[in-house]
Design a protein around this ligand. Structure first.
Ligand code: AHR
Length: 539
């Protein structure tokens, strides 16, 4: 009796394990099943089936008046000892130029919905308070002209977020007239008198920010009525931006998977589907940060494998979130005219000890490099709908590219991922099939590997492969048949530990190193270090 029940139990247990495995996709993911080929992953790239264009705007940035994101990070003023061009730090400009930043969203964030542009133009700036971020003094020395100069220096397009919260349609309309008219209106002449006779180009206009929360706690219907008004009256007059080059308008979209955001996306998309000639929009924003507990955020350094795997698991939810809101958008816009714009995302951790909690200062580790690659891969796989993203935030705030301290500057692991991914800008998506395998840590299971592929304008094939496993190297066996290349060269980014960081004292702990391999009969093999991001091209 006893033996029989034990046997029954173990059969039951086996069945449960098998079902669990099937449910989580373990069974098909070969290399974890047998010991012999445990470290091998086969990848097959299908160059004959190119997909959507990977819009370079997927690699956009976000700079808010928050902590040292703008002041000290970008702006030091023309009288500073730190080398600068018209007040903008030269070291930061040089570093950002290497990323080929496509666009920068500014001035916020929550800050945007309290921003009054007139306080930041002309010789006399109004000194105000930054009530969202630490209640500190906002000198407004970095205003419209300084932002446009910064964009000019790094070669990026403007993504302006206009104030729908505490501002008026009239104020926003006048800002755009000031910026874009080529005619001798009072506002056009004022811009010229302030040093810029030619109209500026404003490529993207965000109509509000998180209007469901810090941007005014609006209901979906109330926001839709605001959206119509701002879309109608906030015009771009630049003669070079009519027709094909028109400014694209981005509406506030969802901020998570909750039901209230389903309702929000439905309301905005339904309104757009039935829109009259008098208003339009081209994008819907989505905000989603990787945060485990908003009230008890994880540390950005000094953590171990548990927190590493927890954060990566959470960040992969981005895929489901995009799929969910894309599906709603598909109902109202099957032709995918409206882009989903993920204009705030990234890892959000506890403020570094000793910093102002309102400044959102955190370190950036090898974990963030993997997190960045995984999210960029998700965006690329959704490139038919996701056509822009803006990581939060560019300098000194949240998951930054760059950190500064007075005259010092350090490039973060996330910076290097963006640099390695430059070839994917405006490349064409190429499908890639692989058995991801499973990396298990405690009760967390993650795909062990992730990969994307694309062809650039010259026809060169690029592969980006991430090994999430922090303990095991992987040998990639890639089939790249259809390419004529004889070798594959590129860079790999890894680090001694999951929480390795670059500091002002040790800035080269997490930096890419070169990799290369030969291609024989359309096949290549490459060893990938544990916790690494690798980008190679076949040539
Ligand atoms: O990026 C920091 C803040 O996060 C932004 O200001 C806001 O839009 C979001 O809640």
């Amino acid at each position: 009796m006893r033996r029989r029940s034990l046997f029954t139990l173990s059969r039951l247990a086996l069945l449960v394990i098998l079902l669990l495995c099937l449910g989580s996709g373990f069974v098909v993911m070969g290399q974890t099943q047998t010991g012999s080929d445990a470290d091998k992953v086969s990848i097959s790239v299908d160059v004959s089936k190119p997909g959507a264009k990977i819009d370079r705007n997927l690699f956009g940035q976000f700079a808010e008046h928050l902590g040292h994101g703008v002041y000290e990070g970008i702006w030091v003023g023309p009288d500073s000892n730190i080398p600068n061009t018209r007040g903008i730090r030269n070291d930061v400009v040089t570093a950002l130029k290497a990323l080929r930043v496509p666009n920068v969203r500014w001035p916020g964030g929550c800050f945007a919905d309290e921003y009054h542009w007139r306080k930041g133009i002309g010789p006399q700036r109004m000194v105000t308070l930054n009530s969202n971020w630490g209640g500190v003094v906002e000198p407004n020395t970095f205003g419209t002209h300084e932002f446009m100069d910064f964009l000019d220096q790094i070669g990026a397009e403007a993504y302006l977020s206009v104030n729908v919260g505490s501002g008026t349609p009239q104020e926003a309309a006048e800002w755009l007239e000031y910026l874009t008219t080529s005619q001798a209106t009072t506002l056009g002449k004022e811009r010229a008198a302030n040093g810029h006779p030619a109209p500026y180009k404003i490529a993207y206009l965000g109509i509000g920010n998180e209007s469901w929360d810090c941007g005014g706690n609006m209901t979906p219907d109330y926001y839709v009525s605001q959206l119509k008004i701002y879309s109608r009256f906030v015009r771009n007059f630049n003669p070079a931006q009519q027709g094909q080059q028109q400014m694209l308008k981005i509406a506030v979209g969802p901020g998570g998977p909750e039901a209230r955001f389903t309702e929000w996306t439905e309301a905005v998309m339904k309104a757009w589907q039935n829109h009259q000639w008098s208003w339009d929009m081209n994008g819907l924003s989505l905000h989603s940060y990787t945060v485990l507990h908003w009230d008890k955020k994880l540390a950005s350094m000094g953590f171990g494998e548990t927190e590493y795997s927890q954060v990566l698991k959470a960040t992969l939810d981005m895929d489901g979130l995009i799929a969910k809101h894309s599906a709603i958008m598909d109902q109202y816009d099957p032709q995918k005219k409206i882009a989903l714009v993920v204009d705030e995302w990234g890892g959000w951790y506890a403020p570094l000890p000793g910093t102002d909690p309102g400044f959102l200062v955190q370190q950036n580790s090898m974990r963030d490099a993997v997190l960045a690659a995984l999210n960029l891969n998700i965006f690329v796989r959704h490139a038919d709908r996701v056509r822009m993203s803006n990581i939060a935030q560019m300098i000194n705030v949240l998951q930054a590219m760059i950190m500064t301290d007075k005259e010092k500057m350090v490039l973060t692991p996330t910076y290097y991922v963006y640099k390695m991914y430059v070839p994917f800008q405006d490349a064409t998506f190429v499908p890639v099939a692989f058995n991801a395998g499973t990396y298990v840590n405690g009760n967390i299971s993650l795909p062990r590997v992730d990969a994307i592929a694309a062809k650039d304008a010259t026809g060169k094939l690029w592969l980006a492969i991430t090994n999430l496993d922090p303990n095991k190297a992987i040998e990639i066996d890639a089939n790249v048949a259809g390419t004529s290349g004889k070798s594959a060269v590129g860079e790999t980014l890894t680090a001694p530990k999951v929480d390795s960081v670059n500091t002002f004292e040790a800035p080269r702990t997490v930096v890419p190193k070169s990799v290369s391999t030969t291609v024989r009969d359309g096949k290549l093999t490459l060893k990938l270090d544990p916790k690494s991001v690798t980008v190679i091209s076949v040539q």
